[in-house]
Design a protein around this ligand. Structure first.
Ligand SMILES: *[C@@H]1O[C@H](CO)[C@@H](O)[C@H](O)[C@H]1NC(C)=O
Ligand SMILES: *[C@@H]1O[C@H](CO)[C@@H](O)[C@H](O)[C@H]1NC(C)=O
Ligand SMILES: *[C@@H]1O[C@H](CO)[C@@H](O)[C@H](O)[C@H]1NC(C)=O
Length: 393
């Protein structure tokens, strides 16, 4: 009996201490929300006034104040354009992240739905009420401090490829880092705080808005190579979420993950402080940032990657169409079987699968491949699968 009441008391204590720590974010419309003059005076400290976006599709709704048939036609034509979606704050790469789904309703703004139905409206969904178009590090610091002081829901969007939807949030304020576009090369980069006499290496320092498509070209123009990710049209950010999640690359088997190639990062911490992290300065933070996942530890303001001399490489592409269930199963059996051998013979790459189509994109170092087994191993795989019934290559 005594024991039981102790347990009940302990539970009550635990519960109340948890309750004390959890406070909901302050949302527009709540009494705690900063008044318009307070928001105005915050806004005046930023490089540019706040943007108050409506979802992209709003211009297609006759019952919406933003209705504009010309703009609607343009939005519809760019609806599936990933590069365009990175260039505006209100668009995610995965449309469902702009949408708020609860147990009874889907708050969305679909320009392809029946927009002339007067009961169909454009919902704000998870598109933020305010966007800070970041032009300087101090814009980030001021916003982090403002959001912290007023307990606001703060999100960060760079290109909007975030697969877990964290670059959007209902009734949030957004730090939009897309316009931070500086790229700086160095032939002798030495991390801040390195011991005297440390030898510099070739490197590139980028702001988070820089996208892989542009960075690959600039690095290649200098006859160099960088370990980076893939993304349709090169629109994935080179310095945002990709390295913070580890950074898988087709080059990883040869040069390591993206994070293994980072020499230094600068971030704004939740306190608003702007700091440098590398193996000599704030090494714990440097370790945490390289794979800690998204903006867990700070908001990235720059990343410095090693660059490498560009060796000749060999690429191999294959499209296999499968027309039968048995053919598909047989193709995958052969693919799984060859997998370890392929890696040992020097190939690395990706194999997206669409449901009926199997796409192989492989590369090997050297041209022809320097691994003596590379060619014959891949040829062996091609020869095997081309004879499978229900598979066309
Ligand atoms: C779900 O969303 C709808 C539309 O915004 C809203 O009216 C309703 O209250 C929400 N329900 C719950 C359970 O949050
Ligand atoms: C690769 O192997 C195939 C078949 O074994 C051969 O026909 C081809 O010439 C080889 N290519 C190179 C570049 O070695
Ligand atoms: C595979 O399917 C695509 C799309 O239907 C088609 O364009 C291509 O020619 C097909 N390839 C082969 C080898 O059948």
């Amino acid at each position: 009996m005594l024991g039981l009441s102790y347990i009940a008391l302990a539970l009550a204590l635990v519960t109340s201490s948890i309750e004390a720590k959890i406070t909901c974010k302050c949302l527009p419309g709540s009494p705690c929300f900063p008044s318009p003059p307070v928001i105005k005076s915050f806004e005046k400290t930023l490089s540019e006034p706040l943007i108050h976006p409506r979802p992209m599709g709003s211009v297609c709704f006759p019952n919406d104040p933003t209705f504009n048939p010309t703009a609607c036609a343009e939005v519809k034509s760019k609806w599936h354009n990933g590069a365009f979606r990175t260039s505006v704050p209100e668009a995610a790469q995965f449309i469902n992240w702009e949408t708020m789904i609860n147990s009874t309703a889907v708050d969305q703004c679909d320009p392809f739905s029946d927009v002339n139905d007067p009961t169909n409206t454009c919902f704000q969904g998870r598109v933020p009420w305010g966007v800070v178009k970041v032009k300087s590090i101090s814009d980030i610091q001021k916003t982090v401090r403002f959001a912290s002081r007023h307990n606001l829901k703060l999100i960060v969007k760079n290109t909007g490829h975030e697969n877990l939807g964290r670059s959007f949030g209902q009734q949030s304020i957004m730090l939009w880092t897309h316009n931070m576009q500086e790229i700086k090369f160095s032939n002798r980069f030495v991390p801040k705080g390195a011991p005297r006499g440390t030898t510099g290496v070739t490197a590139v320092t980028i702001e988070p808005g820089v996208q892989w498509g542009r960075l690959y070209k600039e690095v290649a123009d200098r006859g160099q190579l960088i370990v980076g990710g893939i993304g349709a049209g090169g629109s994935v950010g080179a310095g945002g979420g990709w390295p913070m999640g580890g950074g898988h690359s087709v080059l990883s088997p040869f040069y390591g993950l993206g994070v293994d190639n980072i020499l230094e990062e600068t971030v704004v911490l939740p306190s608003g402080e702007h700091v440098t992290a590398n193996r000599y300065t704030n090494p714990d933070l440097f370790w945490a940032l390289r794979g800690g996942g998204g903006p867990s530890f700070g908001i990235l303001t720059s990343v410095t990657y090693k660059t490498h001399p560009a060796p000749p490489v060999t690429a191999a592409f294959l499209v296999a169409n499968t027309t039968t269930e048995e053919g598909r199963a047989e193709l995958f059996k052969e693919w799984v079987k060859i997998h370890p051998t392929l890696v040992d013979s020097g190939w690395a790459g990706f194999w997206p699968y669409s449901g009926t189509q199997f796409f192989l994109t492989l590369m090997a170092m050297g041209s022809p491949p320097s691994n003596p087994k590379a060619n014959a191993t891949l040829q062996g795989f091609y020869d095997t699968i081309k004879n499978i019934e229900g598979v066309e290559i």
